[in-house]
Design a protein around this ligand. Structure first.
Ligand SMILES: Nc1nc2c(c(=O)[nH]1)N[C@H]1C(S)=C(S)[C@@H](COP(=O)(O)OP(=O)(O)OC[C@H]3O[C@@H](n4cnc5c(N)ncnc54)[C@H](O)[C@@H]3O)O[C@H]1N2
Ligand code: MOO
Ligand SMILES: [Mg+2]
Length: 625
């Protein structure tokens, strides 16, 4: 069967009345949507592909197939979609499938086509046996001759609406498939239950009440992380971007392979393709060369016993051949004959199997992945021109403190340049966020409220630095508390003890807030260990902190009962394993030692002093995004 003879049409134009009038095709299903599963399974079986839909047209268009809307008004049912499909059909046959059948058979087109040909029929449709062995027909899985359009139009014009009714008017053949599950459709929201989006977050107090012995003034790191994780919600908005533009973005849905890669069994070597059974058991054997196969130019020749085909790397294996003798392993060989010695290769050698890289219907990449260069290549090998990614997370940030000066301003008595906005900028940039830099905000209630409201109305998350400890001029906490559900913690850690976290609201818009401490090292540590994971969670990204282990080359003093983050330099030790030493002074204002470091040493709550030679957890900065 030539797939190019058949156009595919996914019927997604129904009312979805059994699902409460939702658009069935767009319902989330296994990290993507139902219709995308259907498209992935149908695409390899047909030439042109279209979607019949009557709502959410732009969303459907983003799946990369033209969208046809019913030409008849008022949702008259699947036949209206079929009629429109036939009007636009440029091939001799049209195959329809419903949008809620994510498991449809991969040989649907081939089997219906074979039956249509065999019976000289107008229409072939699928059926299965139910549990009682009765035949149950699935008439919306049907292959129709495109020239049957007039008969369908006449049936509809006469008021006919049921697919079964029209099938009685034409010469239709039923094709029984064994796998009833492949035709299972998902009809109710109940069936989709468990895949729904999580409920709106509870209040922070409710979340915190689940923590044993919750004390905001002495909160262990892991409890703070847990509260943040349970409170933060993903921003669900997906956009299609050109393949190259997806680098560094978060994949929004599983990418299901629409093809086998490679598509055919092919040769891994330049040499001779032959039947493994013909290889000599001892001595030598001479094969007659009956054709030459180049990559991209398959041969129709089927070598007989004692025959072989010269083949180039990547060339499609000729029918019946299962092994390739690399040409340098032949005793002699040219384009006429080849001689091989016993034991030169084994049967099956040097053949790359169809689908060994990626199998049709398998998840090539999982939703949540941050797209890397190899993923771009993988997507290209599947023919994907556009990739569904999460929209970039919008993060607004500003610094607070009257002593802060921006670069370019004169540095007055007692003032410091604002460095936190630059470290925060760098860390957000590496996470792939859309950045809204709001500068330095004066320590006045009005200026702070103004800034927080603007940030809240324009961003998904807000990061501030400074003003969260107990100082007298700090209005930050008071304004944050006034604008939303914000809590102030003293976390059992060093550096980065004070931390504000919550959700602020202004004019009906809300944003998650991370009020990081002002000290320049504390701001980075609390970003990496609290804000980073939360922002990734909002982006629906899967990228846990890459904690590794290294041997400490020195003793480190540490009190159990709090987490300490020390700046370290990791090198390759004498025995080849990673070894870490500290950068010296660890004060939370000493940014230089952060720059000198290439990792953080993480000493957990329960840990006491470290002896030289002990293994410790480290977070390497390179590769940390
Ligand atoms: N009595 C107490 N004092 C302090 C405590 C405490 O528990 N009790 N905690 C200390 C800890 S730990 C930290 S961390 C800081 C956090 O203070 P704030 O978040 O209120 O921050 P500020 O007071 O505004 O600034 C602290 C420090 O950092 C400098 N800073 C602030 N922003 C920037 C910036 N954008 N660029 C460069 N440097 C900045 C600021 O000048 C201060 O020196 O509180 C301790 N105190
Ligand atoms: O949390 Mo503060 O970190 O010690 O400067
Ligand atoms: Mg302060």
């Amino acid at each position: 069967m030539q797939t190019g003879l058949i156009s595919g049409l996914v019927l997604a134009g129904g009312r979805g009345s059994r699902m409460g009038n939702v658009d069935k095709g767009l319902q989330p299903f296994r990290s993507s949507t139902m219709v995308e599963h259907v498209l992935a399974r149908l695409r390899p079986q047909v030439g042109p592909l279209a979607i019949s839909a009557n709502r959410n047209l732009d969303t459907y268009r983003a799946f990369g197939a033209p969208v046809l809307t019913d030409e008849m008004a008022d949702f008259p049912g699947p036949l209206a979609g079929l009629e429109t499909g036939l009007r636009h059909c440029a091939t001799p046959y049209l195959l329809t499938v419903p949008c809620d059948s994510p498991f449809l058979p991969l040989d649907l087109a081939a089997r219906l086509f074979a039956a249509l040909q065999e019976h000289g029929a107008d229409v072939a449709y699928a059926a299965t046996h139910d549990a009682g062995e009765r035949v149950q027909s699935h008439p919306v899985f049907c292959l129709v001759r495109a020239d049957r359009l007039p008969s369908l139009s006449a049936y509809l014009a006469a008021g006919g609406r049921s697919v079964e009714g029209w099938l009685r008017d034409v010469n239709a053949v039923e094709v029984v498939f064994d796998d009833a599950d492949a035709f299972r459709n998902i009809n109710t929201l109940d069936e989709l239950r468990g895949l729904e989006q999580p409920a709106f977050p509870a209040s922070l107090a409710q979340v915190a009440s689940c923590i044993n012995g919750y004390d905001p003034d002495a909160l262990p790191v892991r409890d703070a992380q847990r509260i943040i994780r349970e409170f933060v919600q993903p921003v669900r908005a997906v956009e299609m971007v050109a393949l190259r533009a997806s680098l560094g973005r978060v994949l929004a849905r599983d990418l299901v392979s629409p093809i086998n890669v490679p598509a055919h069994d092919n040769s891994a070597m330049d040499g001779y393709a032959l039947r493994g059974a013909d290889l000599p058991l001892d001595g030598v054997a001479t094969f007659k060369v009956v054709d030459i196969v180049y990559a991209g130019k398959p041969s129709a020749v089927v070598p007989g016993p004692g025959e072989c085909v010269r083949i180039m790397t990547g060339g499609v294996m000729p029918a019946g051949c299962d092994s390739v003798l690399p040409q340098e392993f032949a005793d002699s060989g040219d384009d006429v004959a080849m001689t091989v010695r016993a034991g030169a290769i084994r049967a099956g050698d040097n053949r790359r199997l169809a689908g060994e890289d990626l199998n049709i219907g398998s998840a090539a990449l999982k939703a949540g992945r941050i797209i890397r260069p190899s993923d771009l290549g993988l997507c290209a090998s599947l023919g994907f021109a556009e990739i569904p990614v999460q929209r970039r997370l919008r993060v607004a940030f500003f610094s607070t403190g009257d002593e802060l000066r921006s670069i370019g301003e004169p540095l007055g008595e007692g003032c410091v340049y604002d460095s936190n906005r630059y470290t925060i900028y760098g860390m957000l940039q590496r996470l792939g966020c859309e950045i809204i830099d709001m500068g330095v905000v004066r320590d006045s209630p009005e200026a702070l409220e103004d800034a927080l409201r603007t940030a809240c109305e324009n961003a998904d998350a807000i990061i501030t630095s400074g003003g969260v400890s107990v100082g007298a001029a700090d209005y930050t906490k008071q304004v944050m508390a006034h604008l939303g559900d914000v809590t102030f913690w003293k976390v059992g850690m060093r550096p980065g003890r004070p931390l504000a976290f919550g959700r602020v609201t202004s004019n009906g818009r809300s944003a998650f807030l991370f009020g990081l401490p002002g000290n320049p090292v504390a701001v980075m540590v609390s970003f990496y260990f609290f804000a980073r994971d939360a922002l990734l969670q909002m982006m629906s990204a899967n990228a846990p902190l890459p904690l590794l282990q290294a041997r400490s080359s020195e003793a480190i003093r540490k009190k159990p009962g709090r987490t300490e983050y020390q700046r370290g330099i990791i090198t390759r030790g004498a025995d080849g394993t990673p070894e870490v030493r500290l950068t010296g002074a660890q004060g939370s204002g000493i940014l230089r030692s952060m720059s000198e470091a290439n990792c953080m040493v993480v000493l957990h709550d329960e840990q006491g002093s470290v002896t030289a030679g002990d293994m410790v957890d480290i977070l390497p900065f390179e590769g940390l995004f």
